[in-house]
Ligand binder design. Sequence first.
Ligand code: KG4
Ligand code: ZN
Length: 332
Amino acid sequence: MMILGIESSCDETAAAVVADGRTVLSSVVATQFELHAAYGGVVPEIAARRHLENILPVIQGALDQAGIALPDLDGLAVTQGPGLIGALLIGMAAAKTLAFTLKKPLVGVHHLQAHIMAAFLTETPPEFPFVALVVSGGHTNLYRVAGFREMALLGRSRDDAAGEAFDKVAKLMALGYPGGVRIEALAQGGKDSAYRLPRPRIPEEPLTFSFSGLKTAVAHLLKQHPEILADDRARVNLAASFQAAVVDCLTSRALLALEATGCPRLVVCGGVAANSRLRLALTTLSRAEGFELCLPPLHLCGDNAAMVAALGYRLLQAGERLDLAGDVFSRG
Ligand code: KG4
Ligand code: ZN
């Protein structure tokens, strides 16, 4: 079964064709980085307009790359939410129009659950059950995953997402947007323990994340010591110390979730899962603690439509459908 996936929840317009929920025949991602860089973050209205320009060429590109035409498709899957409403609506309108005119089944997918599906597009997909840590620009969520339609939320961030913390600290350090990659690059060779930064914990909610205090700590530090930004060594050390603090928060909660659920395996996905310092820490932890670790390849960590098609395939197989009245959603 060939499924066309469509993704437009934030600042990436993406389309992909995936066979049987496993084999990626094509995956096209049009990023908008340069468009939003001047504003230091994604501007929803501008994102929606660019999605509108990109959506048809991106879908055509995915079909061409897969060497197929629209009638060859068996179904379509589109990101329904969470995300920016104006952005989501563009993908949704395209998906509904194609499904209606082609008379093919359509299903809406949850963006964060779709991120988890990146693990099933690897050579060794994980067995159920597992714990999934989704670390993106808008969310930091832990799930217990017992099946393709059984993803139970265990914990989330009560304030900023991990990616958001990277983006905000990058802004404080005048590194520009997108922040995650810039901080990772700057932190190379830096000393993790150069600056003492908090690892916020909520004792009564051990699986809840909190990153706003960490961001505020960096803001205070820079206010008290603006000279840090003028000193190359100090900047590198601050980037490394901040990155290490985020990594500690993520790895410690993931381990707690594994212990709490008794699951023997962990999947880590979403844009921040591309961070090499995080990948190294998780690999070391998995060896020390003896759990199985699944880290999707870098090109499947950030937003893409292959993950949308992969989840869509499973949901369509289970009989789920989105009718023309189905709407997008911003949170959830
Ligand atoms: O999953 P994603 O592509 O989009 C959302 O669904 O939000 O994640 C984007 C986030 C951004 O906050 C970006 O700064 C972060 O992922 N990110 C990284 C890295 N690459 C992307 N954060 C840390 N290190 C990276 N290498
Ligand atoms: Zn995402």
